[in-house]
Structure formats: C-alpha cells, structure tokens
Design a binder for this molecule. Sequence first.
Ligand code: ATP
Ligand code: MG
Length: 399
Amino acid sequence: MIIHNKFHNKLKCKISKYAKLVLKKLNKYGYQAFIVGGSVRDVILNKIPKDFDVTTNATPEQICKLFKYSRIIGKRFKIVHLFFKKKIIEVSTFRGDHIKKNKKIRNKSQKTIHGMLLRDNIFGNIREDAFRRDITINSLYYNPNDFGIRDYVGGIKDLKNKKIKLIGNPIIRYKEDPIRMLRVIRFSIYLNMSISYKTSQAIAPLSKLIINVSPSRLFDELIKLFNKGNIYYTYKILRRYLLFHAIFPHISKYFTKNESSNIELMIKLILKNYYKINKKNNISLVIASMFWYPQLNFFFKNIFSIKKKYNNECELKINDSIRKISINLLIPKKIILIIRQIWKLQFFLLQKKSKTNFKVIKHPRFYLGYMLLKMRANVEKTKELKYYVNFWTNKKFNF
Ligand code: ATP
Ligand code: MG
C-alpha cells in the first residue's frame, strides 16, 4: 500500500462539507472512514465530482444508529443513504474477500452458475475492500485526518498513465458482475483513457453475460453511458465489443458488414443528431427510431397502407414491439408512452386529411414524430416520404 500526500491541498477544498461531517462523526465513534471512488478520482483529474461516496468499517446497521436521516438500500449490495437537505451521501461498509472468509459468513454471498454475484454482503477491512472495487482508479481512499490517499492497487499510477484497468482477473470480475464491462467503457470514454489489454480483451467473449444484469440496472447504466461523450462513438464501441449485439438482439440481427442497412443508417442519423434534436425527450426518440425498421416499418408499409386506418391490429403490433424492446431493458413507463406516441404518429403523418391536420400539429409529440418521419425520408429517399416531410414542414410554420 502506498500513501500519497501531494493531492491533499486539492482534495481539502473540494470535498463536500457533508462528506466531511460524515467522516468526522464516524471517526468520533471509533470507526475508520474514507472518501472513496469517483470523487477522489475526479478531484485528482481536476473534474467536478458528481457525488461523494464514503466507506467505513461500521456495518450498515451501526451507520444508521449514528445518523437520524438514513436508510439502508439494496439487497445484493447493501449501502446506507444519508440525507442532508438536498444531498445524499452514500456510505458503504468495507467489502471482504469471498474466498478467504469461512463458510458461515459465505452464505452472505451467493453466486449463479455463470459466476455472477447475487449477493455481496461479506464485510472486511479496507485492504480487502480495495480489491473488491471495479477498476484501479476507482479504488483510492482519502482520509482528511492524515492528509493521505491510500492506494492498494496502483490507481494513482494508472491515473497518470491514463489507463483503465480492472482489479484482479478480468474474466472472473466480469463474470461476478457483467455491468463492469459497461463501466469500463463508460470511464474510458468519459475520462478519455485507454483500456488496458487484458481488461479490454475479455469483454467481447463475455459480452453475452450482460443480459444477466437486471433490466433496470442495465437501462440506468446505458443512460449514464449515453450521457457521456459522443453517443455515436459510444455506439460504435459497444458494437466493437459485441455488447450492442447482446443487449439489442432484435436490431443486431440485421447488421451488415458495411453498415449500410436501413436500420444502421437510421441509427447513425439519430445518434449523430442526438444533441441537436431536442433536449428533453431525445432518449424516447432514439429508442423509437432504433426499433422502427426492425419492428414496424414492414407492418406499416404493407398492412397499414392498404387499410389506411389506425385499428386494433396496429395497436397490437405496437404492443408487440414494446415487448421486444423491453426484453433486456426495463424502460420507464414515461419513456414507453412517448415511444408509443411517436410510432402512432407515423400513421397520421402519412395522411393529409384537413380534419386531422390540426390534431397532429397540436399533438404534444408532433416534433418527435416529425423528426422520425424526416429521418425515414433521409434513409429511404422515397418520393412519398419526402412529400410528407415537406407537407408537414410547411404546415408547421403556417399554424
Ligand atoms: P460516477 O459516480 O462519477 O459515475 P463512481 O466511480 O463514483 O463514478 P459509482 O457508481 O458512484 O461510480 O460507484 C462508487 C464506487 O463504487 C466506484 O468508484 C467503485 O469503487 C465502486 N463500484 C461501483 N460499481 C461497482 C461494481 N460494479 N463493481 C465493483 N465496484 C464498484
Ligand atoms: Mg459516485
């Protein structure tokens, strides 16, 4: 273990007062406590930390006894949330080594046949905790009392060399918790660092394990990933590591070598324009666009254009498509509702009955539906689609 002192001045000023308060109180009652994880990493890199995580040798129950406004959350991995006005400080208890601990304690940890950890509530000391974290640069412990950063895994060296390196054997660590594959990619993009050879090589062969992560956790991680950096570049990286294929099998089965299918052209368009479109609901538009060709285009073109009526059959088809996109991801209801509206609008946008015009233009999702229509015209380049894009562009500005 190395203690680095030279970052003290930087950290001293940037650590939130609530985090300091938590450390002080835990220390006062005889517990060890450190700031750990993303905040230490970000301060050293001159970035503004999103939040401050604290780790201690006090158990979740002991922590709760000390703080009035606290709550234990998580089952797989218990942590305590401490509430301070609008801020939450997350406090975790040092995790221990699964293998070394005796059998009695081991029932607090459970693995699936794939090696995935269902529970990780074996407690240990700071050194063991350092080796249970995901990547080296996330395993730095700062203690304002002795001004030092404790580094058990070479995190400072990797920060300097701009390397994302998984702690331990990458194969075992990805199997324990496949979300780490996405975290590695997220940090490499966010921090503009390269992924070390072994950490990177193990991802593609294990990519299929990603679907064992709970659908809500997977969705949250994808949102974090897409909120950082260039979203089109992120997509290309996910493709390269076969993670995109594992998460979206209904899309990737249509992928081509030269990336020229309608689906791929659509994905490229929507992701390249992601930041230009509209600040609020673009994630709904991204999902609605990504699944348009694999799920709905054929149906709309054939069945729909003959009957020219939005009927029960269309509703069923939309439901079926929603079910398919929700296989691996738990998409919040609010987003699903908007996706549904964008798809439904595609029908009404291919009609020019004056009665419905007004309703369509006034529809709260008109803009998103119109954007999908515009991208479809761009991908397919048909006269009909181009005609309707012009039609609605003119209407939009005349209303
Ligand atoms: P940010 O909050 O900026 O996204 P972070 O590194 O703080 O980054 P968190 O998700 O807040 O990420 O997690 C806090 C810390 O907990 C991490 O820095 C890491 O040490 C540890 N950690 C988080 N997820 C895992 C995981 N899946 N496996 C092992 N350790 C993890
Ligand atoms: Mg954090």
